[in-house]
Design a protein around this ligand. Structure first.
Ligand SMILES: Nc1nc2c(ncn2[C@@H]2O[C@H](COP(=O)(O)OP(=O)(O)OP(=O)(O)O)[C@@H](O)[C@H]2O)c(=O)[nH]1
Ligand SMILES: [Mg+2]
Ligand SMILES: [Zn+2]
Length: 344
């Protein structure tokens, strides 16, 4: 199945306005705010989408012959253009002093994207891109309120590995106490060569390091609700004023304050993407056979198991399981692998 934007070269009409390229910073209910490449940051065009971009073209498989469009289906659930997408758009003739408008004609090719399984009524899982064209993920958990769960951190890390996105594991709310067990878990991630950052949006601890890590890049802030993603962005970009929420006294969880992904241009260059609190990312698309490679500390051992098709679960002569038993691989991380493998 291919999902391609139909391209149209050149200006919309001979006499019409010239097409511009830009980055979608916000996409809500069919309205796309686009920051043009050549104009000062802050001038956003409020665009709609050319209708044909909503259609998915399904091509027949025919070797050697030109492909024919077999079927055109409407994409009802998944938006073909999301925050982070690079687009070509034609500005609308200005009819008044309001926000400049435009129509998106084409989505430019995507690089790495972050996606999750869309909520659908059908049985076939459909991917939903949350942010496109990312350089890295800042995976945010809190030292407490809500309590971090290592199994959940592992799920997010596996998704980032699968998307080939570098990830920075950021523990926010370090003004609250870091429990000894959490400090031990963080050491495990560092041994697996993840970069771990201890920060506090409340006191400013670690924010200089974080600012340096995101400068000039497009970084998505991802993690459960209530960990302080929006608060961190407010601290990194003065004057931003994103809405932040309370932690529910009843459940100890966040209250899903951020409703949609949006890109925030940084004064120092680059974009930060705020995203809604997620339970997990796109694990559905990971092949069982690929799961072992998504745990970086397993990689040096792959190929050393007795059997080539080792699942690393209860197989005889499994180098990964033996390493976990010896303590060379953290037993809890190994357990996460077994659990995800059983689910897949
Ligand atoms: N103690 C402490 N509280 C913080 C810190 N950062 C954020 N908070 C609080 O945590 C709560 C949730 O913050 P948000 O920024 O809304 O969290 P979020 O991750 O954006 O949540 P969603 O938008 O629901 O996904 C707010 O009450 C913040 O004031 C911190 O560094 N220390
Ligand atoms: Mg938020
Ligand atoms: Zn094995």
């Amino acid at each position: 199945m291919t999902q391609e934007a139909v391209t149209e070269q050149g200006p919309a009409t001979e006499a019409g306005p010239r097409a511009l390229t830009g980055t979608v910073v916000r996409a809500i209910s069919g309205i796309f705010d686009v920051q043009p490449d050549d104009e000062a940051a802050g001038t956003l065009y409020r665009c709609t989408l050319r209708d044909r971009l909503r259609k998915e073209l399904v091509y027949t498989e025919s070797k050697g012959r030109p492909r024919r469009v077999k079927e055109v289906r409407r994409l009802s659930v998944v938006e073909p253009v999301v925050a982070g997408d690079r687009v070509r758009f034609v500005p609308a003739q200005m009819s008044g002093p309001a926000v400049p408008g435009g129509v998106i004609e084409e989505r430019l090719p995507r690089t790495r994207e972050l996606s999750r399984q869309a909520v659908t009524t059908g049985t076939v899982p459909v991917g939903q891109t949350i942010v496109a064209n990312l350089d890295q993920v800042v995976l945010v958990f809190a030292a407490a309120d809500p309590e971090p769960r290592p199994g959940l951190i592992d799920r997010f890390l596996v998704s980032c590995e699968s998307a080939e996105l570098p990830v920075l594991l950021c523990i926010n709310k370090c003004d609250l106490e870091i429990d000894a067990w959490l400090a031990e878990e963080l050491a495990v991630y560092e041994r697996a060569e993840y970069r771990v950052l201890l920060v506090s949006a409340a006191t400013g601890q670690g924010l200089d390091v974080m600012r340096a890590a995101v400068r000039g890049k497009t970084s998505a802030f991802v993690g459960p609700s209530g960990v302080g993603k929006s608060t961190l962005l407010n601290a990194l970009q003065p004057g931003l004023g994103l809405r932040v929420g309370e932690i529910s006294a009843a459940t100890g969880k966040g209250t899903h304050t951020t409703r949609y992904a949006q890109l925030i241009p940084l004064d120092e260059g680059g974009f930060l993407a705020d995203t809604p609190g997620l339970r997990q990312l796109g694990l559905w698309e990971i092949e069982k056979d690929d799961l072992d490679r998504l745990f970086p500390e397993f990689r040096p051992l792959l190929g050393q198991c007795k059997y080539g098709n080792c699942a690393h679960v209860d197989d005889e002569g499994c180098a990964v399981r033996e390493a976990a038993e010896r303590g060379d691989i953290d037993a809890r991380r190994y357990h996460s692998y077994v659990k995800l493998f059983a689910e897949g």
